[in-house]
Write a new protein. Structure first.
Length: 130
């Protein structure tokens, strides 16, 4: 089963780390990443740039484009992992291990339903459009 581990933290804290502090966190995370990669559990992982670099398309009529996500939370989505886990317990243990390497914040663990564009056969596509 594929799981997304969404990484939340206080953006102002994380992006205020010195290069040395950031390098130390990334080195601790790399130990976990190496273990997960060797076991075939680690899929794509991304570190997002700050929300100041974001643009949001609001699905209004007509759609509206605005700078930033303007999330009203103390923590922002700063990155994510895609993991191939046997079950939720295994995904939680991976999140705990990542959490020990990376201070603060939270991980949201969410099952993923894989969508491959163009993979629907003709009969499934007809059912969807009906």
């Amino acid at each position: 089963m594929l799981y997304a581990l969404l990484c939340y933290n206080a953006e102002d804290v994380v992006f205020s780390w010195t290069k040395e502090e950031d390098d130390a966190v990334m080195a601790r995370l790399q130990v976990v990443h190496d273990k997960l990669e060797k076991s075939g559990k680690l899929g794509p992982s991304l570190r997002l740039l700050p929300t100041t670099a974001a643009t949001t398309l609001r699905k209004s009529d007509p759609p509206m484009i605005i700078d930033g996500p303007f999330a009203e939370t103390k923590e922002q989505l700063l990155g994510f992992y895609v993991m191939d886990c046997e079950n939720l317990d295994e995904a939680l243990e991976i999140a705990r291990e990542l959490g020990r390497a990376n201070p603060g914040g939270a991980y949201e663990i969410r099952p993923i339903r894989l969508f491959v564009p163009g993979a629907l056969d003709a009969s499934a596509a007809e059912k969807v459009s009906a």
